[in-house]
Design a protein around this ligand. Sequence first.
Ligand SMILES: NC(=O)c1ccc[n+]([C@@H]2O[C@H](COP(=O)([O-])OP(=O)(O)OC[C@H]3O[C@@H](n4cnc5c(N)ncnc54)[C@H](OP(=O)(O)O)[C@@H]3O)[C@@H](O)[C@H]2O)c1
Length: 380
Amino acid sequence: VICSGAEDIAYMRMVLELARKSAARPSSEPRIGALAVERGSIVGRAHSTPASAETSSERPDSPALAALRDAGARVTGATLYTNVEPWHVTADRESCVSRLIEIRPARLVIGGTPQESSSGSSVIQRLTTAGIRVDISVLEDECEELNAAYFKYTRTGLPFITVKFAQSLDGRIATSSGDSQWISGEEARRFAHQLRSEVDAVMVGIGTVLADDPLLTVRLVRGSDPLRIVVDSRLRTPLQARMLLDGGAEQTLIATTELADRKRIEELRGLGAEVLVLPAAFGPGAAAGNGNVNLVELISELGRRGVASVLVEGGAGLITSLLAVRRVDRVIAAIAPKIIGRGIDSVGDLGVTKLDQAINLTRVRTRQLGNDLIVEGRIL
Ligand SMILES: NC(=O)c1ccc[n+]([C@@H]2O[C@H](COP(=O)([O-])OP(=O)(O)OC[C@H]3O[C@@H](n4cnc5c(N)ncnc54)[C@H](OP(=O)(O)O)[C@@H]3O)[C@@H](O)[C@H]2O)c1
């Protein structure tokens, strides 16, 4: 049954709040919240904890079962709300379903749409037969968004790619001399660090390394540093780049091509960075010129290595190429109330001559941080 009563929506929003409390990384695990409600009062709640931190034998029940345990005697008449189907992540799926049938809450409301595998739907059938009413798809888009990286990665083996940039009102990410620090204000920059803390990797083009010498670490909020990736087809990354000398060089991956100088590869490896040699790209994805790093190959390789989410922080050349090869899942633009005039456009030529060829964002959200407007949307 697809259900969207006001009460269900309100409880599902609380479930999403709970889910957001669970550790954000690695994005190869979903964030789950669960709430047990009986006659209008919340009698149980739980959220996921990072399973990677636990050995499999200590792995706790699904948050849904934990919320039901919380409910104690009131469980029989309770409705269990959860954003992801309860049996989704447990090590032992079958025993989770059996426990659910044993405990038998009156009703189960699942925020997302359970995966359409035949086993998924047969589980719902089993629960229904056991007398548990099951409703699905409450706040579906919000539930999908919260675990978008996890869903994409588990379904495709490819990382979820977010492109983020700060631009002036007139669409520039830097002045004509390449100055971009800082276009956005303090609050938007803190938000950018928050985003870094939620992804497995951040990625920039070599143009950005040469212009800004960024560290790409999490500093303005609490959180651990993601892997840093530089896309650099001829290995122009300076040996003095801050990200090689900050003590975390092994957290730096430089993606290059067979055209790169062998000696330079060894020098960079000598500093502790990983140099990943990929085939050169020829064609639209190369954008900045033929012989650049093949981004489609790079993204597939990151997926094979378990990188489930990537935050691309510029610059214009890299962003343009990723959009051209249709590898962007989400765009976040911080628009600052500044006018630069001639400068570096946020996005270069995409060959769009008619408006119906433009890339449209969906599920768009806007909000203000300081004086900056944050526009966020998905490319589905
Ligand atoms: N406001 C912001 O949010 C923001 C963020 C970041 C940067 N910026 C600014 O943006 C400017 C840098 O932008 P940019 O466009 O010059 O540099 P970029 O996008 O950082 O780097 C582009 C370079 O990456 C290399 N590359 C390798 N493979 C590629 C591929 N497949 N597609 C595209 N590039 C590939 C190319 O150099 P090789 O051919 O040598 O490999 C290319 O020239 C700087 O002024 C920086 O301050 C602003």
